[in-house]
Design a protein around this ligand. Structure first.
Ligand code: M6R
Length: 605
């Protein structure tokens, strides 16, 4: 994910910027750059690749004491020298770094181009640099206010004005930014670890706040331009805990990042309450699709299975979901009318990549759903939907799963729009419900104490069962995988109605059974299945909508989730299962982020 560092003081800025960016390396990036202001001259050095590449390019003679730096994790435009930050405005007066996504950048860019502004990159961020020049009124603060009034989307911006060697400006909306206060020097960063080595005194900027950063002062302004006083915080975290933003593990951090990550997946893709993924698929082709193949591994495969339920139910297109490791050996029935959806967080999973190539060789068009820009999967696909979840560091996938589901829902709505198989009213309802998902996930996250208790209950179990009907049985697959992966407890996911065909023999006294019950049409069925296991001595847990009284009364432990239309319930149902797995791993003293025998990215067959 992109990182920002800025410095103004009396020391050599480039040393501080490079060491700050180094501290942000753990977040992942594909290019980096710095810009130093020295005697009203702006020096920009940027490069695709890691910081070591950048270091070979910096001029050791540069002694400027004011500058900004950036590590980029590509979103708009591939990783390249040109797309790296900082970006300059056309006349070279403004130079900036940006985190976030400017959703209306295409419109702004077209307008600026007409006015003669020059663009050297494919990024949304360069548009902002040129907007500063276009709206420049000689005052950085008021210019910035005019600029931000035109921006839609999220941003943390740090802007240098070549003619002003005494200050720079920062502003944020929906993207974090902190100001570090020193003696005769001040710092800014997207993340505390970048500057923790230099200061522990931090202002945390809130949305729409702006600040002028000077050598001996930090002036903070609210949205209406009034100067405000903020609480200066003393950070007591160690560097390691700061990288995890105070969370004990990356997995917990990533579970908690899901509301924000889903917002980013949706950002810029909903226009007038309808979906616009910008894939430019030909209508004739979309209407001719007679089958969908979904190819992925592990958690990504389960995200695909969730989407498959809805695609078959609502679009009435048959879907074949395959484990990528099996797909190419099964002589799959694929042709040019089979849309193949390949899902991979890393975009580098060897089996998934091989599946993509197999489908392509049989004439199918490929849509990739991936988190990593310019990954192999992204490069080889015909169409790409980036999940924009930010780097996932824990081996156990969490925010990748929920953002993959969100991206797949957008895709199925777009296909439904084009094929005319989904009513506009249905799409508008789902879009509205999807936009409310982040807040609803936040509600579940607020209840995490509940899961610490459940983890204590199940930690010594030798086996556990997850049961559900319909799409809930897919959430069960993901819940069981998470639990196995990090708590090392054997778990099985079962379509609840299947238990009686054999597996019920394993349900005896005190075996935990977790029922996921969001499927309104199958409620009575799952209640009967819960009865079946209870009479065999199981201890039952039920994940269901908070007002689902019948489930609440049926199970031993009720796990409420906020109500949402059934179609998109898997986005909520998985969160309690992630938390249960996480806390069970913690109470067992396991290495949560790096479970035994597993790797984050599986690049071998
Ligand atoms: O990077 P990918 O999405 O292609 O990875 C696929 C699986 O290896 C991955 O989802 C794995 O199952 C997770 N560790 C599960 O938490």
């Amino acid at each position: 994910m992109c990182g920002i560092v800025g410095y103004i003081g009396s020391k050599r800025a480039q040393d501080i910027l490079l060491s700050g960016l180094k501290r942000l390396e753990y977040r992942g990036y594909d290019s980096a750059g710095i810009c130093i202001l020295e005697d009203q001259d702006i020096k920009v050095i940027k490069s695709k690749g890691n910081l070591d590449v950048l270091v070979t390019k910096v001029d050791q003679q540069t002694i400027g004491t004011q500058g900004i730096g950036h590590t980029r994790w590509a979103t708009h435009g591939k990783p390249s020298d040109e797309n790296s930050h900082p970006h300059m405005s056309t006349n070279g007066k403004f130079c900036l770094v940006h985190n976030g996504i400017i959703e209306n950048y295409n419109e702004l860019k077209a307008d600026l181009k007409e006015k003669g502004f020059i663009f050297l990159s494919e990024t949304d961020s360069e548009v902002v640099a040129n907007l500063f020049e276009a709206l420049d009124d000689g005052n950085l603060l008021t210019t910035a206010r005019k600029v931000t009034a035109q921006l839609e989307g999220s941003y943390a911006l740090c802007v240098l004005n070549k003619e002003n060697t005494d200050e720079f400006l920062v502003v944020r909306k929906d993207s974090p930014l902190v100001v570090g206060v020193g003696e005769g020097e001040n710092f800014i960063a997207s993340d505390i670890p970048a500057i923790l080595e230099y200061t522990k005194k931090i202002y945390i900027l809130d949305d729409d706040e702006m600040a002028l950063i000077k050598r001996d002062a930090v002036e903070i302004y609210d949205k209406s331009g009034d100067r405000i006083t903020k609480k200066l915080r003393e950070i007591t975290w160690t560097l390691e805990s700061a990288e995890k933003q105070g969370y004990e593990h990356f997995m917990l951090k990533e579970i908690n990042e899901q509301p924000e990550a889903i917002r980013k997946t949706l950002a810029g893709r909903i226009k007038n309450d309808m979906v616009d993924l910008g894939l430019n698929m030909e209508e004739e082709y979309v209407k001719a699709i007679n089958k969908i193949a979904i190819v992925a591994c592990g958690t990504a495969n389960y995200a695909g299975r969730v989407a498959a339920h809805l695609i078959e139910d609502k679009l009435r297109i048959p879907v074949l979901v395959s484990y990528a490791s099996e797909f190419r050996y099964n002589n799959p029935i694929i042709d040019e009318k089979t849309l193949t959806i390949v899902i991979s967080q890393s975009g580098e999973t060897a089996d998934t990549l091989a599946g993509l190539r197999e489908a392509k060789s049989r004439g199918a068009k490929i849509v990739a759903v991936t988190n990593v820009v310019e990954s192999s999967v992204a490069r080889e696909a015909d169409y790409v939907i980036y999940t924009h979840a930010g780097p996932e560091i824990a081996v156990a996938s969490t925010k990748a799963y929920s953002t993959q589901i969100a991206a797949l829902y957008l895709l199925l709505m777009e296909l439904g729009q084009i094929r005319g198989s989904l009513e506009d009213e249905t799409i508008k309802l789902w879009v509205k419900e999807m936009l409310a998902i982040p807040e609803k996930i936040q509600t579940i996250l607020g209840n995490c104490e509940l899961f610490k208790g459940f983890a204590e209950n199940i930690k010594d179990s030798s086996s556990l069962f997850f049961i559900g009907r319909g799409v809930d049985s897919v959430s069960c697959l993901e819940g069981a995988l998470k639990l196995k992966e990090i708590s090392y407890i054997h778990a099985e996911a079962y379509p609840a109605g299947e238990l009686k065909h054999g597996t019920l023999a394993l349900i005896t006294d005190n075996v935990p059974v977790i029922a996921v019950a969001t499927n309104g049409l199958m409620l009575d069925k799952i209640i009967s299945n819960i009865e079946e296991v209870k009479t065999r001595g199981a201890i039952t847990y039920g994940v269901a909508f908070e007002d689902e009284q019948k489930i609440k009364e049926e199970v031993d432990y009720f796990i409420p989730i906020p109500r949402v239309v059934d179609a998109i319930a898997p986005l909520l149902a998985v969160v309690p299962l992630q938390l249960l797995a996480y806390y069970t791993s913690v109470v067992k003293g396991n290495d949560v982020d790096k479970p035994r025998n597993l790797a984050k990215s599986v690049t071998v067959e």
